[in-house]
Design a protein around this ligand. Structure first.
Ligand SMILES: Nc1ncnc2c1ncn2[C@@H]1O[C@H](COP(=O)(O)OP(=O)(O)O)[C@@H](O)[C@H]1O
Ligand SMILES: Cc1cn([C@H]2C[C@H](O)[C@@H](COP(=O)(O)OP(=O)(O)O)O2)c(=O)[nH]c1=O
Length: 215
């Protein structure tokens, strides 16, 4: 594999999606088709179908392990169908969420156990981890307030409506994963103004994937 795999992670409302869109706008003219931007859960037909089942607010009876299995199933399909072919073609792959999301949300948030969820994801991914993970850190309430202020009621999904204590456990989970993977994680303060967060993110990408930005 000659490409490079970088993921974006963080609690809900950290700004990952907004930052990703802005970063792509700024670097896509430099990289052209050497850039692939994708997101989880989703990114292809089967994974988007699984996403709809997971995030449907009507699916109130979903068991925590069922949820974890569905996320990892969607991840597997996305990896095989989208990420690995792009890496084999030498591309820079930027992905909004990956294994660390499951470890934080299902492992810590749903209290299934971070290591158990990680082990299940090792099976799903055959141990393919990102080269770097840009982690957007934000206090839980700030992220939730951003979502409440900006999203329409219809756009709020099953995980957005979880109790604050769930989101606190997700945040704690992320901090543990970051601490245990310091060589892979780059932490960005997502409470800063959007323009600063975008600049910091571009700077990390240009440093960590500098081979893509050479003339
Ligand atoms: N740095 C920032 N400062 C203030 N508001 C922000 C910032 N980053 C994102 N937002 C706003 O917060 C909301 C949630 O951002 P979003 O990108 O959807 O977060 P995520 O994908 O991490 O859940 C959006 O309405 C966005 O405009
Ligand atoms: C990939 C992944 C996402 N999630 C959650 C995080 C989000 O609340 C939701 C994804 O919804 P999405 O609308 O993509 O949220 P965001 O813009 O915050 O990334 O799914 C998990 O619980 N486990 C996972 O493995």
């Amino acid at each position: 594999m000659t490409g490079k795999f970088i993921t974006f992670e963080g609690p809900d409302g950290a700004g990952k999606t907004t930052v990703m869109n802005n970063v792509v706008e700024k670097i896509s003219s430099l990289l052209g088709d050497r850039l692939l931007v994708t997101r989880e859960p989703g990114g292809n037909k089967i994974s988007e179908q699984i996403r709809n089942v997971i995030l449907d607010r009507k699916n109130t009876e979903m068991d925590a392990r069922t949820e974890a299995l569905l996320y990892s199933a969607a991840r597997r399909q996305h990896l095989v169908e989208t990420i690995i072919p792009a890496l084999n073609a030498g591309k820079l792959v930027l992905c909004d969420r990956y294994v660390d999301s499951s470890v934080a949300y299902q492992g810590s948030g749903r209290q299934i156990g971070m290591d158990e969820v990680y082990q299940m994801n090792r099976f799903a991914t055959e141990d393919l981890l990102p080269f770097k993970t840009i982690y957007f850190d934000i206090p839980v309430q700030v992220g939730l307030d951003r979502i409440a202020a900006h999203r329409s009621k219809d756009a709020v999904d099953r995980l957005d409506v979880e109790a604050v204590s769930f989101h606190e456990r997700v945040h704690d989970g992320y901090l543990k994963v970051a601490k245990n993977n310091q060589e892979r994680f780059v932490m960005i303060d997502a409470t800063k103004p959007l323009s600063e967060v975008i600049e910091s993110t571009i700077s990390v990408i240009k440093t960590e994937a500098q081979e893509f930005f050479k003339e």
